[in-house]
Design a protein around this ligand. Structure first.
Ligand code: NDP
Length: 467
C-alpha cells in the first residue's frame, strides 16, 4: 500500500480492545502493520476491567444464590469463600485470554512489539526498551486510560484504584469506595456480596449521575437493603494511615471514618503523558484526551486516535467500533463515521442495570409530549426465595410520534435485555411495536411488552396525568 519509504503502513500504539481490532483488520487488508504494547495485550477491558470484573461479579453472586436456594428446598452447610483462590483462577483465565489476543494478532499478520512506543516526530516512532526507531505511513494511537489517582486528595497514595482491587492479596473487612459511577457501584456490589462492610461516598445528590433517576433511586434503595452504606454530597478531604494499618478518612466537615481500604473510583484519565504528542503538535483537550474529528483523525494528517484516549464514550464496544470505522475509512476506501446514537450499556451492579436511549429527565428537556411506562415488581424467582429485591422496567416514549426514546431496566439479566432493547430502539421502534410483540412467558422481560397504560403523561416537562 505505502511506497516502501516507511517500515510499516500502520503503526498502532496500544494493544487494547481498539488497537488490537484495528491492527488485525488493517493487517487483513494486506497492510504491513505493527502494534506496540508496553504492558499486557488486551488492555483495560481484558486485563484490568470488564472481563476480570465480570468474573468477580459471578463469584460474588453465589452467596445470594445459596441463600435463595433454601426456599427452593435446598440446604447447604459450610459454604466458604476463598478470595485468593478466586484471584488465582481469574488470573489464569486472563492469561489465557491474553494469549488468544496475541495469537489472533499473529494470525492476522500484524507484528506485536512488546515495549513502549512514543512519537518521535514526523512518521517516526521510538521504541523505548530496544532504543530502535521505526517509521510508519500512518499512526494510530489507542493507548486507553488509567484510573484517576485523585491527586487533590491528601493521602491519595494510600488508597487503591480498580487496578489494585483486582489483585488484592486479601479481601478487606471494610471498604470505602469514593465515586458514584460505574466502577464505584460495581465494586460496591462485589465487595458487599462477599461480606465486606461497604460504603459508597459520592459527591453528588444521587449515585450514577447519567442514568435514569428511577433506576438510580431504586438501586440506591436496594443497595441499602443489602447493607451497603451510601453517603451522598460528601467527600474525604484527607486520608491517613492508622497504627493498626487501617485508613482514616476525614470529611471536610471534620468527622472521620475508618476502613481497611479506600478505593478511588473517580473517573479515568487518558494515557497521553510522555507520548510525544507535542512533537507533532497533536491537540489535546483540558483533560489531556486527544482531540479527533468525526473520522477519528487528529489534527495531524497521518495520525488517528481511537478509544478511551480520545474521551468520546469510555466503553469497549465503542472503541472496537471506532477501530472498525477507522480501518474502513483509511484502508478500505469507505469513509465511515462512528455512530454514537442509542448506545446500550449495562452497569453490573447487583441488581444489574441495562439501559439504552434517553433518560426521562433528558427527554423532559427535549421533547414536548412524553408518555412514561413504568413497572416495579418482585421477580418470580424472589417469591419462594423470600428475597424482597424489586425489579424496574421503564419506557420513555415520544407521545406524538409513539417512538420509544429510552428503555431502562434494573434487575436480573438487565444487561442481556439492554442488548436486545438496543436493537429495537436503534431501529426506531414505536410503543405500538412493543405492544404487538408477543410476550415470552414467564419472564421478567415480558413486562417490557405488557405495559399498556402510561404511568405518566408529560407536557413541556410537567406531569399532566399520573397513574
Ligand atoms: P464514572 O465517570 O462512571 O464515574 C466517576 C465518578 O467519580 C462520578 O460519580 C463522579 O462524580 C466522581 N468524581 C469525579 N471526580 C471526582 C472528584 N474530584 N471527587 C469526587 N468524586 C469525583 O467513572 P468510573 O471511574 O466509574 O469509570 C470510568 C469509565 O469506565 C466509565 O465512565 C465507563 O464509561 C467505563 N466503565 C464501564 C463499565 C461498564 O460498561 N459496565 C464498567 C466500568 C467502567 P459526578 O457524577 O459528580 O461527576
Amino acid at each position: 500500500m505505502s511506497q516502501r519509504r516507511y517500515d510499516y503502513d500502520l503503526f498502532v500504539i496500544g494493544a487494547g480492545s481498539g488497537g488490537v481490532r484495528a491492527a488485525r483488520l488493517a493487517a487483513q487488508t494486506g497492510a504491513r502493520v505493527a502494534v506496540a504494547e508496553e504492558s499486557r495485550v488486551g488492555g483495560t477491558c481484558v486485563i484490568r476491567g470488564c472481563i476480570p470484573k465480570k468474573l468477580l461479579i459471578y463469584a460474588s453472586q453465589f452467596g445470594e444464590h445459596f441463600e435463595d436456594s433454601v426456599g427452593y428446598g435446598w440446604s447447604y452447610e459450610n459454604a466458604h469463600f476463598d478470595w485468593p483462590t478466586l484471584i488465582a483462577h481469574k488470573d489464569k483465565e486472563i492469561a489465557r485470554l491474553e494469549g488468544l489476543y496475541r495469537a489472533n494478532l499473529e494470525k492476522a499478520g500484524a507484528e506485536l512489539i512488546d515495549e513502549r512506543a512514543v512519537l518521535a516526530g514526523g512518521h517516526d516512532i521510538h521504541l523505548q526498551r530496544s532504543g530502535r526507531t521505526v517509521s510508519a505511513e500512518r499512526i494510530l494511537i489507542s493507548t486507553g486510560g488509567r484510573p484517576n489517582p485523585h491527586k487533590a486528595l491528601v493521602g491519595h497514595e494510600l488508597c487503591i484504584t480498580s487496578d489494585e482491587a483486582f489483585g488484592l492479596e486479601k479481601l478487606p473487612e471494610k471498604v470505602v469506595i469514593c465515586g458514584g459511577g460505574y466502577i464505584a457501584v460495581e465494586f460496591a456490589g462485589i465487595f458487599a456480596s462477599m461480606g465486606v462492610d461497604t460504603t459508597i461516598l459520592y459527591r453528588g445528590k444521587e449515585i450514577l449521575q447519567r442514568f435514569d433517576m428511577d433506576l438510580r433511586r431504586l438501586l440506591h434503595a436496594e443497595y441499602e437493603n443489602k447493607g451497603i452504606k451510601i453517603r451522598c454530597q460528601d467527600v474525604f478531604g484527607r486520608i491517613e494511615r492508622l497504627d493498626s494499618g487501617w485508613l482514616r478518612g476525614t470529611f471536610h466537615g471534620g468527622d472521620c471514618y475508618d476502613a481497611e481500604q479506600v478505593l478511588l473510583a473517580v473517573g479515568r484519565l487518558p494515557n497521553t503523558e510522555g507520548l510525544g504528542l507535542e512533537k507533532l503538535g497533536i491537540e489535546t483537550d483540558a483533560r489531556g484526551s486527544i482531540c479527533v474529528d468525526a473520522y477519528s483523525k487528529t489534527n495531524c494528517e497521518h495520525v488517528w486516535a481511537i478509544g478511551d484516549v480520545t474521551d468520546r464514550m469510555q466503553l469497549t464496544p465503542v472503541a472496537i467500533h471506532e477501530a472498525m470505522c477507522f480501518v474502513d475509512t483509511v484502508f478500505n476506501g469507505r469513509p465511515t463515521k462512528p455512530d454514537y446514537g442509542s448506545v446500550p450499556t449495562a452497569v453490573f451492579s447487583q441488581p444489574e442495570i441495562g439501559t439504552v436511549g434517553m433518560t426521562e429527565d433528558a427527554a423532559r428537556r427535549e421533547i414536548d409530549h412524553l408518555a412514561i411506562y413504568k413497572s416495579v415488581f418482585r421477580p418470580l424467582k424472589n417469591t419462594l426465595s423470600g428475597r424482597s429485591e424489586r425489579m424496574l422496567v421503564k419506557l420513555v416514549v415520544d407521545a406524538d410520534t409513539d417512538r420509544v426514546l429510552g428503555a431502562h431496566v434494573l434487575g436480573p439479566d438487565a444487561g442481556e435485555m439492554a442488548q436486545l432493547l438496543g436493537i429495537a430502539v436503534k431501529m426506531g421502534a414505536t410503543k405500538a411495536d412493543f405492544d404487538r410483540t408477543m410476550a415470552v412467558h414467564p419472564t421478567a422481560a415480558e413486562e417490557l411488552v405488557t405495559m399498556y397504560e402510561p404511568s405518566a403523561i408529560i407536557r413541556k416537562g410537567e406531569v399532566v396525568e399520573a397513574a
